[in-house]
Design a protein around this ligand. Structure first.
Ligand code: FAD
Ligand code: NDP
Length: 458
């Protein structure tokens, strides 16, 4: 007779929870997973996947314009939101089925419903109790909304994926990943877009050259950027919504998208009642091996608030299983975690920004190249690609690679391998390029910016 119903009970079937559950089951553990919504979590249902499908959808309009210079005659393209939503929903339902298979094949029991902890070994779902030796909290996050008057009239990214109609005019509040990505998506589909951000330049924390280049390019595409501005109040009007800004003017729009960050999903779980320590944002506080303050209760992914990206949640899931079920203590190495912003043009980044390196007192050389992508020599589109390397002068190691331009995420993924491996600038220089590509620029930049040494001495 086993002491517990399961060796592992996972709460939340998102990126991290599914990975941990199925890998633990494959290693021989008896595993259950509870999910209150749809299998696959945020990334599959309300994040990466539907967002990327919408990015693709939004790029065909400009592609049709660009084709003219290459000899094509294309009738004025028109876009149908309902068709996209229907096709996107069909693909997501297919992925939900794949996630079910991924879990059921190694024998994970799926329990539908909201899970709560009753004690350190007992979880309750829909009135039924289950015991487990170990419990993993993988409950993800939810959008944060500021407390302005009329905030109930705004939507978040969750609702954006299920609107009946494309907003013809939209105000987007925030200057992070979601704000910038949806600005590009909706503009590409033909909406009038105003992005309102409280600081002087969006994407705080990214390299300053990325931020400035992307702002220029988004403006060229017709997105209105209002920096140092807040939306202070939202009201209904006969035509839609009126969003009053801190500068005293009013944006007349159909929707306001609130994209102001996300909070860990740790309420109504019974965590604090059994002594699990949360931080001031509600994230579960964990140690190196993802164990909470209560032994046997672990957490990973967005609910621990480290880096809120799917590949990070997956890496944490793998490290958890290696440590707890394969006798191979493993900690996630978060250094040089690459990321992409699927803006238009897109952003890819890995390693230190110039400001971070200089802020840490490092003596750096900066290599930067700004050029017109080859496809736009004939399309006539006024768009620039920017690539940048941050190099430690003493060791010659490449500390950071940053890019704004087509396929930046695809290109920076490869750069991330080189930087993780500790590549020097000399190795970049000795690498033969692939011609003609934009990516070859990363191995052909030879002259550091002249002011690098001067800046370093400041
Ligand atoms: P989640 O995937 O959020 O899964 C948590 C699951 O737990 C959910 O299904 C939830 O229903 C369930 N749950 C919560 N509480 C309970 C409970 N008490 N009982 C039962 N079930 C519960 N990341 C990228 O890397 N690339 C991208 O392009 C990208 N785009 C994004 C776009 C948007 C609009 C958003 C919002 C996020 C995006 N992300 C992206 C971030 C990524 O989606 C998250 O980092 C990732 O999903 C986190 O995985 P997780 O396992 O921690 O949680
Ligand atoms: P971010 O943390 O990226 O950005 C939040 C933005 O909201 C910031 O510009 C922030 O400003 C602003 N903000 C926060 N609070 C307020 C406030 N009270 N009033 C006005 N502005 C405010 O969050 P997102 O919601 O864009 O995305 C959540 C996370 O999801 C991301 O951080 C990322 O980890 C993940 N994600 C990843 C994607 C990808 O990989 N491509 C895509 C989408 C999401 P300030 O900078 O001044 O603090």
């Amino acid at each position: 007779m086993q002491k517990f119903d399961f060796d592992l009970f996972v709460i939340g079937a998102g990126s991290g929870g599914v990975r941990a559950a199925r890998m633990a089951a494959a290693a021989g553990a008896r595993v259950a997973i509870a999910e209150a919504a749809r299998l696959g979590g945020t990334c599959v249902n309300l994040g990466c996947v539907p967002k990327k499908l919408m990015v693709y959808a939004s790029e065909f309009g400009t592609a049709a314009e660009d084709a003219v210079g290459f000899g094509w005659t294309i009738a004025k393209p028109s876009f149908d939101w309902t068709t996209l939503m229907r096709n996107k929903d069909r693909e997501i339902t297919r992925l939900n089925g794949i996630y079910r298979n991924l879990l059921e094949t190694p024998g994970v029991r799926i329990i539908e419903g909201w899970a709560r902890l009753l004690d350190r070994n007992t979880v309750e779902v829909g009135g039924e109790s289950f015991t487990a030796d170990k419990i993993l909290i993988a409950t993800g996050g939810r959008p944060f909304k500021s407390n302005i008057p009329g905030n109930h009239l705004s939507i978040t990214s969750n609702e954006m994926f299920h609107l009946d109609r494309q907003p013809r005019r939209i105000a987007i509040a925030g200057g992070g990943f979601i704000a910038v990505e949806f600005a590009g998506i909706l503009r590409g589909m033909g909406s009038e877009v105003t992005l309102v951000y409280r600081g002087p330049l969006f994407l705080r924390g990214f390299d300053d050259d990325i931020r400035a280049t992307l702002a220029d390019e988004m403006r060229k595409r017709g997105i209105e950027l209002r920096f140092d501005t807040l939306i202070e109040r939202i009201e209904e009007t006969p035509e839609g919504l009126a969003a009053a800004t801190s500068h005293g003017d009013v944006l007349e729009v159909d929707q306001v998208l609130s994209a102001m960050g996300r909070l860990p999903n740790t309420g109504d779980l019974g965590l604090e009642e059994i002594g699990v320590v949360l931080d001031e944002r509600g994230a579960v506080v964990v140690g190196e091996h993802l164990e909470s303050s209560v032994s046997g209760i672990f957490a990973l992914g967005d609910c621990i608030g480290h880096i809120a990206l799917t590949p990070v949640a997956l890496a944490e899931g793998m490290a958890f299983v290696e440590t707890q079920f394969k006798n191979n203590p493993t900690a996630v190495d978060y250094t040089n975690t690459p990321s992409a912003v699927f803006s238009q043009p897109s952003v890819g980044t890995v390693g230190l920004t110039e400001a971070e390196a200089r802020g840490a007192g490092m003596d750096v050389e900066i290599f930067r190249s700004t050029f017109r992508p080859m496809q736009h020599t004939l399309s006539g589109r006024d768009e620039k690609t920017m690539m940048k390397l941050v190099v430690d002068r003493g060791s010659d190691r490449v500390l950071g690679a940053h890019m704004v331009g087509p396929e930046a995420g695809e290109i920076i993924q490869g750069m991330a391998v080189a930087i993780k491996a500790g590549a020097t600038k000399q190795i970049f220089d000795a690498t033969v390029g692939i011609h003609p590509t934009a990516a070859e620029e990363f191995v052909t930049m030879r002259e550091p910016l002249p002011d690098s040494a001067a800046k370093a001495a400041e």
